[in-house]
Design a binder for this molecule. Structure first.
Ligand SMILES: NC(=O)c1ccc[n+]([C@@H]2O[C@H](COP(=O)([O-])OP(=O)(O)OC[C@H]3O[C@@H](n4cnc5c(N)ncnc54)[C@H](O)[C@@H]3O)[C@@H](O)[C@H]2O)c1
Length: 393
C-alpha cells in the first residue's frame, strides 16, 4: 500500500458539520481536498461557512490572507462523486444511517483505486457492518472525529474485524501528521468515548428521577467537586436531548439491552415535548432572554455524594472497557480527556481515590437497588482485592 502523506488527495463525503470540519483540517495540513455532498445547498452552505470562518481567522491574525486563501483553494467543492476517483484517503461523514452509508461505500468502491483507504466517521454504527457492503473489507476503517474537528484533538481509529494492520498503521500516522491524538478502539458499540461517557448522563438522570437533587444541583456538584467544565444537564442541552438520547438508545440496543446503558424515560419525554436544549430554546434549562437560572442546593455533603456516585459509575465503565479489551488504560484516559474534555483520566482518578473505595460505593448501590445496572466490573473487583493500581506512577 502507498503511504498516506501530504501528496495524498483527500475525499470527504458529506459537507455537514463534521465533513466540513474534516475538510478544513485536511486542507490546513496541505492536502488537496475534494468535498462532495448529495445536496447542492449543503455544499454551497459549507463553502460559505468556510469562507466566513477563514475571514474571521484572518481578522484574529491566526492566518495571513494569503495562507487562508491557499487553504481554501485546496478545497474543491464537487457535486459529482466520480471526482473523488483520484483520492487516496476518503472520509465518509454522511447521515448516521447504515443503509445510506453502505450504499455509499458500494458506490465508492467502484470509483476509487484499489489502494484507496475508505474511512467512516460514524459515531455509533459498526465499522464491520459498513465494510460488509464492499468486496474488499481490508481497507475500510473508522476515523471518529469529535465536534468541531479542527479544535478537538481526539480521533478514535477503529479497525473493523477484517481491516488490515497496514491500513490501521497508515491512518494512525496520517492522524499524527494532522496533529491529532489518535487512539485505537475496538469495533464495539460506542467505541471508547460514547460508551464510557454514558453514566455521566445516565446516572445524573437517574439521580434526578429519584428526586435526590434537581438538574442545577447535580450540575453544580459535577462542576464544583469534580471540576467538569459543564454539568451533565448543561451538556445534554448543548448536545441536544434528541442526539444524546439516540446515542444512548443505540448503545443500549447494540449491547443487547444491557441495563447499564438503559435510556431514560425523562429524557424521552423531553424530546416528545420538543425540549431539545439550546437549539429549541429550552431543555433542562430555559434559554430565553429573561429566563432565571434555577438556584442549586449548595449542601456540600449532597454535592460530594452526587459527584462520587456518578464518578464511580464512570470509573466502572472505563474499567470494564479495559477488561473487555476495547482499548488500553492510557488510551481510555486520553480519549476522555481529549475527546470530551474530562478534567482527569477516569482510571488515573480511580488510582487517586483508591479502587477499593470505588468498589465499595458501587457495591452499596448494587445492594440498595439490586439492579444489574450497578454490577461491578470484574477487573475492578480483582484490582481492589489485590490492591492494584492502573498506573505504576
Ligand atoms: N455532529 C457531531 O457532533 C458528530 C460527531 C462525531 C461523529 N458524527 C458522525 O458524523 C457523520 C456526519 O454527521 P454530521 O453531524 O456532520 O451530519 P450533518 O447532518 O451535519 O451532515 C450530513 C451531510 O451528509 C449529506 N448526505 C446525506 N446522504 C448523503 C449521501 N448519500 N452522499 C453524500 N452526502 C450525503 C447531507 O446532505 C448533509 O449535508 C454521522 O455519521 C455522525 O454520526 C457526528
Amino acid at each position: 500500500m502507498k503511504e498516506l502523506n501530504i501528496n495524498t488527495k483527500v475525499g470527504i463525503v458529506g459537507s455537514g458539520t463534521m465533513g466540513m470540519g474534516i475538510a478544513q483540517v485536511a486542507a490546513t495540513f496541505g492536502h488537496n481536498v475534494f468535498l462532495y455532498d448529495i445536496n447542492k445547498d449543503a455544499l454551497e452552505n459549507a463553502k460559505q461557512k468556510l469562507i466566513n470562518l477563514f475571514n474571521r481567522l484572518v481578522q484574529k491574525n491566526k492566518f495571513t490572507g494569503d495562507e487562508a486563501g491557499s487553504i481554501l483553494n485546496k478545497i474543491n467543492f464537487v457535486n459529482d462523486l466520480n471526482r473523488l476517483n483520484e483520492c487516496g484517503f476518503i472520509v465518509e461523514a454522511v447521515t448516521e444511517n447504515l443503509e445510506v452509508k453502505q450504499r455509499l461505500f458500494t458506490s465508492l468502491e467502484k470509483i476509487v483505486q484499489t489502494e484507496t483507504v475508505l474511512a467512516t466517521n460514524t459515531s455509533s454504527l459498526s465499522i464491520t457492518s459498513i465494510a460488509s457492503s464492499c468486496k474488499d473489507y481490508s481497507r475500510i476503517i473508522g476515523t471518529h472525529f469529535f465536534n468541531p474537528p479542527p479544535l478537538m484533538p481526539l480521533v478514535e481509529v477503529v479497525p473493523g474485524l477484517l481491516t488490515s494492520e497496514e491500513i490501521t498503521g497508515a491512518v494512525i500516522k496520517l492522524m499524527n501528521d494532522w496533529k491529532k491524538i489518535p487512539v485505537i478502539a475496538k469495533d464495539t458499540p460506542g467505541f471508547i468515548v460514547n460508551r464510557v461517557a454514558r453514566p455521566f448522563y445516565g446516572e445524573a438522570l437517574r439521580i434526578l428521577e429519584e428526586g435526590i437533587a434537581d438538574a442545577a444541583t447535580i450540575d453544580r456538584a459535577m462542576k464544583v467537586v469534580g471540576k467538569f467544565k459543564l454539568g451533565p444537564f448543561e451538556l445534554m442541552d448543548l448536545i441536544g436531548n434528541d442526539v444524546n438520547y439516540k446515542v444512548t438508545e443505540t448503545v443500549f440496543e447494540q449491547f443487547y439491552f444491557d441495563p447499564r446503558y438503559k435510556p431514560s424515560i425523562t429524557q424521552k419525554r423531553m424530546i416528545e415535548a420538543n425540549l431539545l436544549g439550546r437549539k429549541t430554546g429550552r431543555g433542562f434549562y430555559d434559554y430565553s432572554e429573561n429566563a432565571v437560572h434555577p438556584e442549586p442546593n449548595k449542601d456540600e455533603n449532597l454535592a460530594i455524594e452526587i459527584f462520587f456516585r456518578i464518578l464511580s459509575m464512570l470509573i466502572n465503565e472505563a474499567a470494564d472497557a479495559v477488561f473487555m479489551n476495547i482499548a488500553a488504560v492510557e488510551e481510555i484516559d486520553l480519549a476522555m480527556t481529549k475527546g470530551v474534555n474530562y478534567p482527569k483520566g477516569l482510571l488515573r482518578w480511580a488510582d487517586e481515590i483508591g479502587i477499593e473505595k470505588v468498589v465499595k460505593r458501587l457495591n452499596l448501590l448494587n445492594e440498595v437497588y439490586g439492579e444489574d445496572r450497578y454490577r461491578v466490573s470484574p477487573l475492578l473487583k480483582r484490582m481492589a482485592k489485590q490492591k492494584q493500581k492502573f498506573y505504576n506512577s
